[in-house]
Design a protein around this ligand. Sequence first.
Ligand SMILES: CC(C)(COP(=O)(O)OP(=O)(O)OC[C@H]1O[C@@H](n2cnc3c(N)ncnc32)[C@H](O)[C@@H]1OP(=O)(O)O)[C@@H](O)C(=O)NCCC(=O)NCCS
Length: 197
Amino acid sequence: MNDVAARPDIPGANVAGTGGLILPYGGVLPTIGRDVFIAPNATVIGNVTIGDGSSVWFNVLIRGDDHWIKIGERTNLQDGTVVHLSKDTAPTWIGSDITIGHGAIIHGCTLMDRCMVGIGAIVLDGAVVETGAIVAAGAVVSPGKRVPAGEMWAGCPARKARDVRPEELVYIDRNAAHYRGLGDSYLAMRRAPVPGR
Ligand SMILES: CC(C)(COP(=O)(O)OP(=O)(O)OC[C@H]1O[C@@H](n2cnc3c(N)ncnc32)[C@H](O)[C@@H]1OP(=O)(O)O)[C@@H](O)C(=O)NCCC(=O)NCCS
């Protein structure tokens, strides 16, 4: 039985409301905050911290084996996203109120609070996406690149496409709040009694 929600005997894990396949690596279990929705088929391994109100959607993999991964509060990692790191050289630090679109790959990099990584984008080792920046769908942010606050980068390799529009900044915040609520609704369904059982 690997579901931490069903293993209150395992120290170091906040068992309330978690789901998914939560595995230790090297004796370290993920630390999961309050009101975090983790989809039943998401996988979270090892030295991973997830802050309150974040959501980890279907088929996400967060693999904290060779280094650490920190995820802040109210950040959403949409379906199929992969988060990993590089041994000894590049942990992954994902801040708060961030949207990470479906199928993104976040590898050994830093995402600062309130940025957005588009669907299918890839952010590589040592790269930094600053607050209020957008990585377009399908973009590849090369190792060590910095996407400055307020810029939208697109393409492979990603380059500045334009400045972020004011309405897009509003959208980033609105979408983080939307996903927070969506996660809450999934948690509520999980806790609700199932008729007939
Ligand atoms: C980049 C994006 C913001 C659109 O920006 P935009 O400035 O409105 O772009 P437009 O649709 O007006 O297109 C402008 C040009 O950029 C190109 N373009 C649009 N999206 C692009 C992308 N993701 N990558 C590369 N080029 C893109 C268009 O083809 C167009 O090129 P052209 O001038 O040669 O015809 C949008 O395509 C995107 O990637 N959004 C991310 C959505 C997402 O993943 N959300 C997360 C889940 S909620």
